[in-house]
Design a protein around this ligand. Structure first.
Ligand code: 1QQ
Length: 376
């Protein structure tokens, strides 16, 4: 980085974040605190993902700062779901705020853009929701505690086949988003591995609003189910349109479906949608119950998967900082994070594998009466 290049980055970031709506910084400053940067999708069409992540992180910060030895200070940047914004935010956090490590970004595509910058700068960057194939191949400083689609989707395809008696299926996916393209490929492979026939693959793009052509074609082919790889905004519109034109077959979604915002936008059209998730709020577990109660007390709503994964991520980070014995040494923190093996979080038992991906369990959920419930 030359001084001129850095100055340009800071100017671009300042311009991008100067609107006054996005929270640039969160409270919780404490003397000698470890500074953690957060790159999150806080405004625009997928902001419910980033907002849920912010809430999970802030609750964890309150708790850690109140009782832990390690004090944390979070610095938030809004990436707006855009690769360029994620890059600017990451550069600002590393070079201007001098953060110890970064949590985020929200989308896999943003991580593919920003991850190399953090990794090359020797700053650990940990995704809490980045589920595409290849995320940690970006570099040795890239971590994630989000359940990769490669682990989630084969389970949901198998379970859906058994429970719903599927034989032939249709697939739909957004073809201009790294996460949805990766999810499609994983779905396609799992569908093949389970001996199901794919009658058609239909594509669309993020921000599309008209899905009539694809759904009319699918309706004529009469599949037993539709597999969809999409973010919640497009997924909700697809569900509504499908039900409107009389397509009533089950829909199986990927990680984009795991936000309650999908149910809010699609209404009754979301009923019966099936997903895989590492998070289930009804779990008979002391830790889960305490988290749900604390989250409800602070935000007056139930936490979703994105809040739960972010909450766990900050505890994983805080433990690693404590074990590293430094709130400023980026290399020590990276090495400490890489050894996390037996963390027990609200999303269950957690460990990083040798590639800094999570090893964790999956639950299959179905939308019933407007809520995600376990599909037994
Ligand atoms: C990814 C995702 C999205 C659904 C995150 C919100 O899983 O981009 O990887």
């Amino acid at each position: 980085w030359t001084a001129a290049a850095l100055a340009m980055v800071f100017a671009a970031t300042a311009a991008g974040c100067g609107g006054g709506q996005a929270p640039a910084q969160s409270g919780n400053s404490a003397a000698g605190a470890a500074k953690i940067g957060v790159v999150s999708f806080l405004s625009g069409g997928g902001a419910a993902y980033g907002e849920a992540i912010r809430q999970g992180l802030e609750l964890a910060t309150d708790e850690i700062n109140a009782k832990g030895k390690t004090k944390l200070e979070l610095v938030f940047e809004d990436s707006k779901g855009e690769k360029n914004e994620a890059i600017n935010a990451t550069n600002k956090l590393i070079h201007k705020d001098n953060v110890l490590a970064i949590i985020g970004p929200t989308l896999s595509g943003e991580m593919f853009a920003a991850g190399p910058i953090a990794s090359q700068a020797g700053v650990s960057i940990m995704g809490t929701s980045t589920t595409a194939e290849g995320i940690t191949d970006i570099g040795d400083y890239v971590f994630r505690n989000s359940l990769p689609e490669s682990l989630a989707l084969p389970s949901v395809v198998k379970k859906a086949k058994e429970k719903l008696g599927l034989k032939k299926v249709a697939i739909m996916y957004s073809n201009n988003n790294d996460f949805t393209v990766s999810g499609f490929k994983t779905f396609e492979q799992a569908i093949k591995d389970n001996g199901l026939e794919t009658v058609t693959v239909e594509t669309f793009a993020d921000k599309d609003t008209d899905f009539s052509a694809q759904l009319t074609k699918i309706a004529a082919l009469k599949p037993d189910a539709i597999f969809i790889s999409a973010l919640y905004q497009e997924a909700a519109l697809i569900l509504k349109k499908a039900r409107e034109i009389g397509v009533t077959v089950p829909v199986i979604g990927n990680n984009g479906f795991n936000s309650p915002q999908l149910i809010k936008l699609a209404g009754s059209a979301a009923e019966g949608a099936v997903v895989a998730s590492p998070w289930y709020p009804g779990k008979e577990d002391e830790k889960v119950k305490n988290f749900v109660a604390a989250f409800k007390a602070k935000y007056n709503k139930e936490p979703d998967q994105f809040s739960a994964q972010a909450y766990d991520a900050l505890y994983i980070m805080a433990n690693a900082i404590e074990n590293a014995g430094s709130t400023t040494d980026r290399k020590k923190l990276r090495d400490s994070l890489a050894t996390v093996k037996d963390f027990q979080g609200v999303t269950g038992k957690f460990a990083f594998d040798a590639k800094r991906n999570p090893a964790m369990d999956v639950t299959i959920l179905v939308v019933k009466d407007g809520k995600f419930t376990e599909l037994k």
